[in-house]
Design a protein around this ligand. Structure first.
Ligand code: OGA
Ligand code: MN
Length: 218
């Protein structure tokens, strides 16, 4: 019997979060341009610049809890955490879009992600973040790293590329991603070593991590 068209589920193109989830399922990392509209990226950038000029950023540390240390040989960027209870209108729009991504990831990849933590980061000229994993010694709940860039008209010669070891067996074939405004880079936190190369100009980003509830074995 021929299947009647009306008995099929309605076809619609996949949403951006669904496309990201599908790519992550396939290769574990994903680079998405225009994740947010340019006007919103501009608003987020201006707010970040204001907070930076007002002195709200702090030196970023390495490690967690009592082991948190400032380590210049590892990273020299500055960060300002987002308070989910006190988001600006622009940050609320970012948060809502990230929530769509969280739901798509849980639906399609059964990741059980439950919370987002996010900070603004600025890399003044010459600063860097050496090769690292976003999961602290393989423990901790950070599951997916999501870096959204806020920079206007970033050029190759501005430096500041994010370098990801997408092929752990062949680090020489690492992927270089320029921090262009509106671009979102996502990757599984425990799987990919990555580093931020020194930039020639101030480099702004909004970095989020989706966390998973620790299982019975932590
Ligand atoms: C980080 C990080 C990458 C980037 O904050 O852990 O790796 O491109 N950021 O800013
Ligand atoms: Mn990182």
């Amino acid at each position: 019997m021929a299947l009647h068209a009306s008995s099929l589920p309605p076809k619609r193109p996949p949403t951006l979060p669904e496309q990201i989830a599908a790519t992550l399922a396939d290769q574990g990392w994903c680079v998405t341009d225009d994740f947010l509209p340019p006007l919103l990226v501009c608003q987020l950038r201006q707010e970040a610049q204001q907070r930076w000029q007002a002195g709200h950023f702090r030196r970023a540390g390495v490690g967690r809890g009592a082991e948190l240390r400032l380590r210049d040989e590892v990273r020299t960027d500055r960060v300002a955490w987002l308070d989910p209870e006190a988001l600006s209108a622009a940050q609320r729009l970012y948060w809502a879009e990230m929530e769509q991504l969280r739901l798509a990831l849980n639906q399609m990849l059964f990741l059980g992600l439950y919370a987002l933590e996010a900070h603004l980061a600025v890399y003044p000229p010459g600063t860097y973040y050496r090769k690292h994993l976003d999961q602290f010694r393989g423990i901790g709940a950070r599951t997916l790293s999501c870096v959204l860039y806020l920079n206007e008209a970033w050029q190759e010669e501005d430096g500041g590329a994010l370098r990801i070891d997408t092929e752990p067996e062949a680090p020489e074939r690492s992927l270089a991603v320029l921090p262009k405004g509106g671009r979102l880079v996502t990757f599984f936190s425990a799987r990919f070593l990555h580093e931020v190369e020194p930039a020639q100009r101030e480099r702004f980003s909004l970095t989020g991590w989706f966390k998973r509830r620790p299982g019975p074995r932590g």
